[in-house]
Write a protein that binds this ligand. Structure first.
Ligand code: SF4
Length: 361
């Protein structure tokens, strides 16, 4: 605990707050790529101390939020197949698709289990041999190694009643596509801490080569404020580079063992993102060698193009083009208890963050 407390210590944080104000020598527009950063920045009140001229927009780093409506409908269709038991992380339970949510499916009798890890889903398969357990893989590089390890375990144990519906995504490529939009006008990236633990800080060098400031930061107040200071200085001095201030977790090359395991199980595939459409090689599909664990192939699930919920601006929010209060449904028809889009459901969603911490500001 002391390890975390060090980064919350007011004797460390207060001078950083003063330094933040001085660090800004020209206006900057920054993107926090990671949903956990979105929440941490709100929760710690950092938005209230931003110097005038510093703007932070959210990026596409909430995995539940970027899951397309057509994938949500496919998940629900999967859950309603007799003999299928779907295993999910809790955030997914109430995300609306066009045919309701997994919560609605569960109320109709579908078997939907909330698990804390893919290994829990494999345990469900061991304990329920009459059902086929399908783990719904919704995440970025952070969760992919755990899924790969689970598929390997299932392979070694020759378990037949377990498979994965992979919508796993990778961050750098889509981020690059997003940043091509000249109207976005971003100067720097607060790079995700958890994803970077796997892919390494070096993954952001291509963004630096395009003139963007990059800082990999953790999630405590001192981490976040220090990250913003360094980004402001890089932009002010026109010296973009990758700075890693989360070295207690993140290395330059990343977790090479985890990356090798992911490469054994998965291969790149085109993937649909909410708001961003289909992006080449932005997702991960299960390799031929392990195809018996690929739920989409096993059940021949086809994606049906689906409209986004009417009036929902999640797509634009995920591209940094707008903020939740600009949505006419925010805090009126769309609230955490009556969510219309995923950005209000997910614990890392920008709309949920604004609703919880930012409505009065
Ligand atoms: S407030 Fe609700 S409807 Fe509006 S963008 Fe957010 S999730 Fe979508």
């Amino acid at each position: 605990m002391k390890y975390i407390d060090e980064y919350r210590d007011s004797s460390l944080v207060k001078p950083l707050v003063r330094e933040l104000k001085k660090s800004l020598t020209r206006p900057v527009r920054l993107m926090e790529v990671c949903g956990t950063h979105t929440m941490a920045i709100f929760r710690t009140g950092i938005r209230t101390i931003l110097p005038e001229g510093m703007e932070i927009v959210s990026g596409p780093g909430c995995p539940v939020c970027v899951t397309s409506a057509s994938h949500m409908d496919a998940f629900i269709a999967m859950a309603e197949i007799p003999g299928v038991r779907v295993a999910i992380f809790g955030d997914l339970f109430r995300v609306p698709g066009n045919t309701g949510s997994l919560a609605n499916a569960a109320a109709r009798g579908a078997l939907v289990e909330v698990v804390y890890s893919p290994m829990d889903a494999l345990e469900l398969a061991r304990n329920n041999p009459a059902d086929t357990v399908v783990f719904l893989g919704v995440g970025f590089e952070t969760t992919t190694p755990g899924i790969a390890a689970t598929i390997l375990a299932a392979h070694h144990e020759d378990i037949d009643n377990f498979c994965v519906f992979s919508t796993q995504k990778v961050i750098p490529g889509p981020l690059e596509a997003l940043l091509q939009d000249p109207e976005l006008n971003i100067n720097g990236l607060l790079c995700p801490g958890h994803v970077s633990a796997i892919i390494g800080a070096g993954a952001y060098q291509p963004f630096v080569d395009q003139g963007l400031a990059c800082v990999v930061a953790g999630f405590e107040p001192a981490d976040l404020i220090n990250g913003l200071i360094l980004l402001a200085k890089q932009v002010g001095d026109s010296t973009p580079k990758v700075e890693n201030i989360y070295s207690r977790v993140v290395s330059w090359e990343g977790n090479t063992r985890a990356l090798a395991m992911v490469d054994e199980i998965f291969e790149p595939a085109d993937m649909e993102w909410r708001g961003l459409g289909v992006i080449d090689d932005s997702g991960l599909t299960i390799r031929e060698k392990y195809q018996k664990f690929d739920a989409q192939k096993r059940f021949d699930i086809k994606l049906v193009p689906t409209e986004e919920p009417k009036g929902c601006l999640c797509g634009a929010i995920l591209k940094g083009q707008t903020v939740p209060p600009q949505c006419s449904l925010f805090s009126t028809r769309c609230t955490p208890s009556t969510p219309i889009g995923p950005c209000m459901v997910s614990s890392e969603g920008t709309c949920a963050a604004y609703y919880k911490y930012g409505r009065d500001r």
